[in-house]
Design a protein around this ligand. Sequence first.
Ligand code: ZN
Length: 197
Amino acid sequence: MKLFYHNMTLATSVAIVVDKLLSASRQMYLEGFVGGSSGNISGRINKDHILIKRSGRRLGFLKPRDLILVPLSAENPEGASSDYWIHREIYRLYGWCNYVIHAHPKQLVRLTLDTCLEEIPIETYEGRVYIGDYVKIFRGRRTDIPKNLNIVRDGEWGYIVEAGHGAYLFGRDLEWLLNMLHELEYIASTHYSHIRL
Ligand SMILES: [Zn+2]
């Protein structure tokens, strides 16, 4: 990042986003949404650049050096998370998107594996208020993920739940994405209890 120290505006933006990404990563780990080196996170620095987690680093223990600055023009930047291509497509599609997080919430993943649901009916009060009647489950090819993103509130946030894998959430505000990640897991656990009665 020394390369950019001559540009204090950019350096300040990087420092702010680094702090937010490290804090959010730790929260995702502490809440059990990721383990080992699974999951990833990124944040927009400006129109053409993002910070993204290095491949293989553990979200719960990230240091500033575990985030790398990448131009969105890069096809396959060395060292970046293997999901970089998904993050890049989301930032390119939605100029309002400032953050992308990816995690493996256990109940949500189990529900997608134990059932053939294409949609999880939302039975929680807050889930209905903030997401709607259903959480959609994507069961197609990974390469089609960018074409199947769900926009919940245009200009605010969206998600995709990939069956047997986890969830990607993206949007303007990082705290909101963490709240919605928690809500998705709560929706899944509530529905899980319901169908097992
Ligand atoms: Zn994953």
